[in-house]
Every structure is written in C-alpha cells, then in structure tokens.
Ligand binder design. Structure first.
Ligand code: 2NE
Length: 251
C-alpha cells in the first residue's frame, strides 16, 4: 500500500494546480507499481483532509499556478481516482470541505477521525462542481440530502456523515491510521484481480460508456492472459491459421 498526503496544512490542505499535478503523478506511480494494492489519500496534520481549491490563486477561469494559466485540473484527478484499478481509501482528519469533500467522495471508501467535518462550501465562495460533485453525492446520500448539502453549505460531523452514507467508519483521531491500515490489509489479503474487476463493475453500474470502457479494459486484460487469446497472436506471428477449435465454448 502507499499513502499520498496533501501537504499544505497552513491552508487546511487547499490545493493549487501544482498540488493537483503532483497528486496525479503520485496516483500514476501507484498505478504502475505492481507491489501497490491499495492507495491511502490523506491530508497533512489533524486539522484538515483538504479544504478544496486554494482561493488565493483562483482567477477568472480557474486556479493558476506558476505558468499563470487558470486550470480546473482537480476534475481530471477525480476521474483518475475513479478509474484507478486499485482501491483508494480516504483517511480523513478534520475538514473535508469544498473540492476536498469531492475528493473524499471519489475515493472507494472513507475512514474518518471523530474530528472529521464534511460539506460543500462552493456556493459561499462562488463555486460549484456540477460533475462528480453532484452525481457522486446523489449516489451516496440521495437527492434530498444532496440538495440540502449543496444549497445550504452546512458542515456535518463525522457521525452525521457516517449516518448519511458518506463515511464507512468513524474512529477516535488517535486510532485513525491504525484503523485505516487494518482496512487496507483486509483488502490486500484478497485476490487483486477480483478487487480490480469489482471496482470496475461497481463503477460501470453508474458510469455509462466510460464504465463499459473500464470493464472492457479488464476483459481484454484477462483475455490476453489466456491460451486462447495467445493462440491468435502466436498464429499470426508464425504465419499459420489459428487453431481456435482446441478451446471450449463454455456454457
Ligand atoms: C476549511 C475551513 C472551514 C477551516 O476553518 P478554520 O477556522 O479551521 O481555519 P481558517 O482560519 O479559516 O483557515 C486557516 C488558514 O487556511 C486558509 C485560511 O485562509 C487561513 O489562512 P490565514 O488566515 O491563516 O492566512 N485556507 C483555508 N481554506 C482555504 C482555501 N480553500 N483556500 C485558500 N486558503 C484557505 C475554512 O478555512 C474554509 O471555509 N475554507 C474555505 C473552503 C472553501 O470554500 N473551499 C473552496 C470551495 S470551491 C472548490 O474547492 C472547487 C470547486 O467548487 C470546483 C472546482 C474546483 C474547486
């Protein structure tokens, strides 16, 4: 397993375009590394998981980094987490608000400390996420609650978030890391391929064509590992007709 930590505690771990780019690179590394089976996403310190986009670098059109180009690259990061073929667990202490709340919702599971605070703040600062920020929330808490959370910008305790289905487990702050590691190790005991295909399948029920794309990727990956799949390639390379008659048609 690996832990990716948003390290801007002086800003309650608000993200800039650079933060997001660095996080994306970490997720790519975690995907490529065959020894990593689970990713933990968290924030530095105990005050915040993430407080969303850094409002001090927000400009017309998005959040700007050193190149001065306004970006909304956190939206791409959300998709990367969604389609990462390994479980991502949000380990939340303190505030998970605004775009930070959406990041935790994109994770496969969320373990929260008892000091966790959850909610959307966008409409207060002239912002919203009408993509996964709405779609994923509706799936988790239902239409009425989603409207309450977005329209009123209230903040909710970890216990309230648990009752709403936003959080898998609430533990005392001092037990947060220990409990998260227990969950990771339980996942890691199971078949990596089963976990991978299940994540794709759980996504596919909600993701339309991009869900089919993810499931299809897994089907091809498995087929390429089979003798039947390899027979086609082998025959082509040996300039002979493929002999698919040797393979069963399963009921
Ligand atoms: C997170 C919260 C509730 C924490 O409150 P508190 O009282 O514990 O801390 P405080 O004093 O507000 O914050 C500590 C320092 O962090 C900075 C503050 O400005 C403060 O700086 P100093 O005064 O010490 O210099 N800080 C905190 N959050 C920040 C942020 N997001 N950007 C820049 N600086 C931040 C409270 O701080 C809060 O409500 N923060 C704002 C939450 C927010 O509105 N986030 C943006 C939502 S929009 C979004 O994320 C988004 C989107 O909707 C769509 C696309 C992309 C992004």
């Amino acid at each position: 397993m690996v832990q990716i930590t948003i390290n801007r505690p002086h800003k309650r771990n608000a993200f800039t375009p650079r933060t997001v780019t660095e996080m994306s690179k970490c997720f790519t590394d975690a995907r490529e590394d065959p020894d990593i089976g689970v990713v933990i996403l968290t924030g530095a310190g105990t005050m915040a998981f993430c407080s969303g986009g850094d409002q001090s670098v927000r400009q017309i059109g998005g959040y700007a980094g050193a190149d001065g180009v306004p970006r909304l690259n956190v939206l791409d990061l959300q998709q990367q987490i969604r389609h990462l073929p390994k479980p991502v667990i949000a380990m939340v202490a303190g505030y998970a608000v605004g775009g930070g709340h959406i990041l935790h919702m994109m994770c496969d599971m969320t373990i929260s400390a008892d000091n966790g605070v959850f909610g959307q703040t966008g409409p207060r600062v002239g912002s919203f996420d009408a993509g996964y920020g709405v779609a994923q929330m509706i799936r988790l808490v239902g239409q009425k609650r989603a409207r309450e959370i977005w329209f009123m910008c209230r903040l909710y305790s970890a216990e309230e978030a648990f009752r709403m289905g936003l959080v898998n487990k609430v533990v005392p702050l001092e037990k947060l890391e220990e409990e998260t590691l227990v969950w990771c190790r339980e996942i890691l005991r199971n078949s990596p391929t089963a976990i991978r295909v299940l994540k794709a399948a759980l996504n596919a029920t909600e993701d339309g064509q991009s869900g089919l794309w993810e499931l299809g990727h897994n089907a091809t990956l498995l087929f390429y590992q089979s003798e039947e799949g390899n027979e086609g390639r082998q025959a082509f390379m040996e300039k002979r007709p493929p002999n698919f008659s040797q393979f069963k048609r399963w009921p």
